[in-house]
Ligand binder design. Structure first.
Ligand code: MRU
Length: 345
C-alpha cells in the first residue's frame, strides 16, 4: 500500500481518510488537488505530507504555460497554497524549501520544459530520500529493541505516514524482519483513529502481532508490566529535543517515565527544526469541533457542547530516552547532540 505514487504527470494519493473500510485513490492533477488532499488528511503523516507537497510544487510548475520570466511569481502562489495546508509537521516546509532552492538554482535555464523536469526529479529525490532514511531508521532503531518485546505505539508512523516503511513502524518492521519476537499495542488514537484504522491495518498486513487498545488503557497496561518499550513518530522536533507528535503522545511519555519504560521517538532529520528553540514555539494545529462531537459522521455528544481539538501535543525532551534518526540514535543533552547530528554529513 503506497501513500503516494508519481505517475509521470499526476500524483496518485491513497485516500487514508477512508481506510480501512474503502481503498480509494485520488489522482491529483494540480497543486490545488494536492493541497486539498493534505488539508482533508487523505495524505497525512509528516514525511508523507512533505513528499506530497514536493510533488504538488512540481505539478504547480507543470501547470504553468507562460513565459519563463513569469515562473517564479507563479511558483510563489503555488508554494503559499501548499504551505497553508497544515501547520505542525515541519517536513512540509522543509520539502517546499528544498523545492524552492532547486528552482532558484535554475535561474540560468531558459527552457520551461527543462525547469519542469528538474523540479519533478527533485520531488522524486525527496521521496527517494525518505524511503532510504526510513530503512536506516529501522536499522538503527533495531539496536534498542530487545529479542522479545511488547512495544506500544501511538497514532500511525508507518508506511502510510511516509513514502515507504515508516519511522516508528520502520523500527518495528526491522525488529520483526530480523527475527525478534515483537508484539505491538496500538493506541487507537482518537479523534481520527489513525492507530485503529491505519497502524492496525499495516501491522496485520505484515503479519506482525498487534493488539488494539483505546487510548485510556495505556497506563493500566504499563502498570501490569505489559509494555517493554514505547516508540512513536514525530511531526517536529525542536532544537532542545522537545517533540510535537499526535495528541496523546505526551500522556504516554509521562506514563512511560512513571513506569520506568524507555520512550523513543523515531524520525528522519527532515523532522528536526533547529530554528525553533523549544517545543513552546511549535505551532499546534487545531481541528474542527466536529471531529470530537462526532465519530466518523455519527453524533456522539450533544451538538451544542463546547469542544477543544488540538491535533498535536509536545513531549518535553526530559521524557525522551532517545531520538532514532537515519544518522543514528541521539540521546540527551539534545541541544548539543541534535546540533552535532545536523552538521554531520
Ligand atoms: O494528523 P496526522 O495523522 O498527520 O498525524 C500524524 C502523526 O502525528 C505521526 O505520528 C507523525 O506525523 C509521524 S509520521 C512518520
Amino acid at each position: 500500500m503506497k501513500s503516494i505514487e508519481w505517475l509521470g504527470n499526476s500524483l496518485r494519493i491513497l485516500d487514508q481518510s477512508k481506510l480501512p473500510v474503502e481503498t480509494v485513490y485520488r489522482n491529483a492533477l494540480s497543486y490545488k488537488d494536492v493541497a486539498e488532499a493534505i488539508e482533508h488528511m487523505e495524505v497525512r503523516g509528516a514525511p508523507a505530507i512533505g513528499a506530497a507537497a514536493a510533488y504538488g510544487f512540481a505539478l504547480g510548475a507543470l501547470e504553468y504555460h507562460g513565459d519563463i520570466e513569469g515562473l517564479p511569481s507563479h511558483m510563489e502562489v503555488v508554494q503559499d497554497r501548499l504551505a497553508e495546508t497544515r501547520p505542525t509537521a515541519v517536513n512540509l516546509f522543509w520539502a517546499l524549501r528544498r523545492m524552492e532552492d532547486r528552482l532558484r538554482e535554475c535561474w540560468d535555464v531558459e527552457d520551461l520544459d527543462e525547469v519542469q523536469q528538474i523540479l519533478i526529479e527533485e520531488a522524486g529525490r525527496i521521496a527517494e530520500d525518505d524511503r532510504r532514511m526510513n530503512h536506516l531508521i529501522g536499522e538503527h532503531g533495531n539496536e534498542i529493541v530487545p529479542e522479545k518485546a511488547n512495544i506500544l505505539t501511538h497514532c500511525n508512523a508507518g508506511a502510510l505516514a511516509t513514502v515507504e516503511y515508516g519511522t516508528a513502524l520502520g523500527v518495528i518492521r526491522a525488529a520483526h524482519e530480523s527475527g525478534k519476537s515483537i508484539h505491538v499495542y496500538a493506541d487507537e488514537t482518537r479523534p481520527l483513529l489513525q492507530g485503529a484504522r491505519l497502524t492496525a491495518l499495516e501491522l496485520l498486513g505484515d503479519k506482525i502481532p498487534v493488539t488494539l487498545i483505546a487510548d485510556n488503557m495505556a497506563g493500566y497496561l504499563m502498570q501490569q508490566g505489559k509494555v517493554d518499550l514505547v516508540i512513536v513518530g514525530a511531526d517536529r522536533i525542536a532544537a532542545n529535543g522537545d517533540t510535537a507528535n499526535k495528541i496523546g503522545t505526551y500522556s504516554v511519555a509521562v506514563l512511560a517515565q512513571a513506569h520506568g519504560i524507555p520512550f523513543y521517538v523515531a524520525a528522519p532529520t527532515s523532522t528536526i527544526d533547529l530554528k525553533v528553540a523549544t517545543g513552546q514555539e511549535i505551532p499546534i494545529e487545531e481541528r474542527p469541533a466536529k471531529e470530537i462531537r462526532e465519530c466518523f459522521g455519527v453524533q456522539i455528544a450533544p451538538a451544542e457542547v463546547n469542544v477543544y481539538n488540538p491535533a498535536f501535543d509536545v513531549t518535553p525532551a526530559k521524557y525522551i530516552t532517545g531520538i532514532i534518526t537515519e544518522k543514528g540514535i541521539v540521546t540527551a543533552p539534545y541541544s548539543v547532540n541534535l546540533l552535532k547530528l545536523m552538521v554531520r554529513p
